[in-house]
Design a binder for this molecule. Structure first.
Ligand SMILES: Nc1ncnc2c1ncn2[C@@H]1O[C@H](COP(=O)(O)OP(=O)(O)OP(=O)(O)O)[C@@H](O)[C@H]1O
Ligand SMILES: Cc1ncc(C[n+]2csc(CCOP(=O)(O)O)c2C)c(N)n1
Ligand SMILES: [Mg+2]
Length: 293
């Protein structure tokens, strides 16, 4: 088996970036001290995110899915802002004994996901360490200065989620689809006040969204849209759903909400609760992912 120790850093990078597809915004991609891309008059958005072997995937996870997940998680954050991802830097850390084939597969997953969302991989960094770690840093734009924050929600707003929650560890955490089209549709068609993607579980992310606007929440656990075979507690706490959580005006006309089902007939948009004044919030059920405890 050919390992990273056999081919060395420069040859690895050469193989990783060979034939990378880039659009006309890229002036200088991998190969120089920095990447150079054309700027834009739109707002610039920035995000970085890491996946770690043993935390976000295992040594058995196919390389392609590791790369897919690493790229899709960041794209999902751009979706959560109703923004457009554009340029990515990839930091790859791997033990010397890693098979070259595995790293090439990881990169194939990164590249396929990037291409399908119009993201240019323009550079990165390669180093060694005790396990496989992949960091994707990305820039994006908010056309017409329009983006959706987490913190403009108001008491009384209705809480909705896209898709179904829970059980992601059975495979969906590796194969989810960032809700990009859906998020842009929401920002265009609904009076959305706050939005985020669900990575640590509703149990963690809903309190974050509410707190960002200085509010509390009331949620009906049995009403959560669930993945097949999941309990409400799993839908609440499992995490890595990468679905959208949004707060919209309680006065949204029913017709506007019904238009969702025409636009996305296969994906539910479900009312799960309400944002309330902090002092009026019922006690929340604990749960969700936490890295350090
Ligand atoms: N080490 C750090 N230094 C500075 N800011 C950080 C650091 N880690 C996280 N943050 C910031 O804290 C906020 C929450 O980080 P987190 O990674 O939980 O993002 P998220 O979007 O809530 O979750 P996810 O990345 O799983 O979607 C983000 O705005 C992030 O930029
Ligand atoms: C091997 C393995 N063990 C556990 C999990 C579950 N998991 C890991 S990180 C995370 C929250 C999101 O991460 P972050 O907070 O970094 O965005 C969850 C739910 C997994 N996917 N693979
Ligand atoms: Mg997020």
């Amino acid at each position: 088996m050919e390992t990273l120790a056999d081919i060395g850093e420069d040859e690895l990078i050469r193989r990783l970036v060979r034939g990378l597809k880039q659009d006309a915004s890229v002036i200088a991609g991998p190969g120089d001290d920095c990447a150079v891309v054309k700027g834009s008059r739109d707002l610039l958005l920035l995000k970085t995110d890491t996946v770690v072997e043993g935390v976000h995937f295992t040594p058995d996870t196919p390389g392609r899915l590791v790369g897919r997940k690493a790229m899709a998680r960041v794209i999902s954050d751009f979706a959560a802002m109703a923004a457009t991802p554009r340029h990515a830097l990839i930091t790859l850390i791997a033990p010397p004994q890693t098979a070259v084939k595995r790293v090439l597969e990881v990169y194939a997953g990164l590249r396929a996901m990037a291409e399908s969302f119009g993201v240019n991989i323009v550079g990165g960094e390669t180093s060694t360490g005790s396990q496989l770690i992949l960091t994707v840093s990305m820039t994006g734009t908010a056309p017409n200065q329009k983006w959706v924050s987490r913190n403009r929600a108001r008491a009384g707003d209705a809480l909705y989620v896209t898709g179904r929650l829970g059980g992601s560890i059975r495979g969906r955490h590796l194969r989810f689809h960032p809700r990009m089209q859906e998020a842009h549709w929401i920002s265009r068609h609904l009076p959305v006040h706050a939005m985020m993607d669900i990575s640590d579980g509703l149990a963690k992310d809903l309190p974050r969204l509410a707190a960002a606007s200085g509010l509390g929440f009331s949620v009906d656990l049995p009403s959560l849209p669930r993945s097949p075979g999941c309990t409400p507690e799993q839908a609440w706490g499992d995490g890595e759903d990468y679905e959208l959580l949004l707060a919209i005006s309680a006065r949204t006309p029913r017709k506007q909400l019904a238009a969702w089902h025409t636009a996305f007939p296969k994906l539910p948009l479900t009312r799960i609760g309400t944002l309330v004044e902090k002092h009026a919030a019922p006690l929340a059920t604990p749960g969700g992912w936490e890295h350090f405890r």
